[in-house]
Design a protein around this ligand. Structure first.
Ligand code: SAM
Length: 301
C-alpha cells in the first residue's frame, strides 16, 4: 500500500461508504494495527487514522514508521505501560477540547496483552466516548487457523516467567473444557512447552502459530508429547513471535481421568507404582502405560 489514504478515499466506492460513517469528535478510537503484514490494516482503520488529531501509541518511532507506510503523518503521544495513568489525563483534556484521538499499540489490538485498558477505563469514567476500530489480533488469527475448539477458548496471554507460578497457573487450567491460548516470547518457548508437557495429557493437540502474517509464517500442530522434539529439531522453529494453542480438556476424558485418579490413589496407598497401574488398568480398561505415567506424577506431587 503506497498510495496515500486521501486518494484511496476519493477513488473507491468502498472508501466512500467508509467515510460516510459518523466519526464523532471528543472520542477515543481504539484502533487495531497489523501484527506483521502492513496490508492487514483495515479501510476503516486508515480512514480513522487519516482524520484523527493525534495518535496515542506505545512506541512513537514504530507508529511513525507505520503511518509513513500509509502516507500519513500525525501528532504522536507516547502511551505505554509506565505512563498510562498520567497520559490518560492528558488525553481526556484533549478529548474534552473536541479532538478525535486514535489509541494504537505496536501491533495488533490495544489492551490485548498490551497497554490501553487503563486509558480506556479513564476515558469512559470521564464520560467520553470510546469507539473500537477492529482489526488484527494474534490470538484470533492463530485460533482461526488452528482447527482447535470451534466454540470455546480461554485466552491466558503471557504465562508467569517464574516456574512455580507458571506451574500453578497451568494446573488451574488442566480441566478447563476450552482451547487454551498463550502468548510466548521466543527465548521461553522451549521452557514453556516443557512446562505444558509436564502438566497436560501427552495426547492433547498443541499448535505453534509462529510469525503470523509474516514471511516465515509457520503453523505446526502435533501431539503435546511430540512438541519438544519438533521445536528443538531446528533452531529456526524457536525464532520469532508465537501463539501457543492447546486442545482443551474433554468433559468425558475429565470424568474418566478423575475416576482413574481416584482408583490409583487408593491403590498407590497399598502397592508399588507398577502394580497400582496394572490393577487400575484392569479396573478401568484404560491403558497401563498411561496409568503408570499418571501414577508417577501423582507420587511426585
Ligand atoms: N496486542 C497484540 C494482539 O492483539 O495480538 C499482542 C501484543 S503482545 C505484547 C505480543 C505477543 O503477541 C507476542 O509476544 C506474540 O506472543 C503474539 N504475537 C504478536 N504478533 C504475532 C505474530 N505475528 N505471530 C505470532 N504471534 C504474535
Amino acid at each position: 500500500m503506497t498510495e496515500p489514504v486521501s486518494s484511496l478515499s476519493a477513488a473507491s466506492p468502498i472508501m466512500h461508504e467508509v467515510s460516510r460513517q459518523i466519526y464523532p469528535a471528543s472520542a477515543l478510537y481504539v484502533l487495531a494495527t497489523p501484527i506483521g503484514n502492513a496490508g492487514d490494516v483495515t479501510l476503516r482503520g486508515l480512514q480513522v487514522l487519516s482524520m484523527v488529531d493525534a495518535v496515542a501509541c506505545e512506541d512513537t518511532r514504530n507508529t511513525a514508521q507505520l503511518l509513513t507506510r500509509y502516507g500519513l503523518s500525525k501528532t504522536l503521544i507516547a502511551a505505554h505501560q509506565h505512563n498510562e495513568r498520567e497520559v490518560a489525563e492528558k488525553l481526556i483534556a484533549r478529548l474534552q477540547a473536541g479532538e478525535r484521538i486514535a489509541l494504537v499499540s505496536d501491533a495488533g489490538t490495544p489492551a490485548i496483552s498490551d497497554p490501553g485498558a487503563r486509558i480506556v477505563d479513564a476515558v469512559l469514567q470521564a464520560g467520553l466516548r470510546v469507539i473500537p476500530v477492529p482489526g488484527a489480533s494474534a490470538v484470533v488469527t492463530a485460533l482461526s487457523a488452528s482447527g482447535l475448539g470451534d466454540d470455546r477458548f480461554y485466552f491466558y496471554g503471557f504465562l508467569p516467567a517464574k516456574a512455580k507460578q507458571r506451574e500453578t497457573a497451568l494446573t488451574g487450567l488442566r480441566t478447563l473444557p476450552a482451547t487454551l491460548v498463550f502468548y510466548e516470547a521466543p527465548h521461553r518457548i522451549v521452557e514453556t512447552t516443557d512446562a505444558l508437557a509436564a502438566i497436560f495429557e501427552p495426547d492433547r493437540q498443541i499448535v505453534f502459530a509462529r510469525e503470523l502474517t509474516k514471511l516465515f509464517e509457520q503453523i505446526h500442530r502435533c501431539a503435546l508429547k511430540d512438541a519438544a522434539a519438533w521445536l528443538t529439531a531446528d533452531a529456526n522453529r524457536q525464532r520469532g513471535e508465537f501463539v501457543i494453542l492447546l486442545e482443551g480438556a474433554s468433559a468425558v476424558a475429565d470424568a474418566d481421568d478423575a475416576e482413574a485418579e481416584r482408583i490409583l490413589a487408593i491403590l498407590l496407598a497399598e502397592c508399588p507404582v507398577s502394580q497400582a497401574a496394572a490393577l487400575a488398568a484392569q479396573i478401568t480398561g484404560q491403558k497401563k502405560n498411561a496409568l503408570y505415567e499418571r501414577a508417577l506424577k501423582m507420587k511426585a506431587r
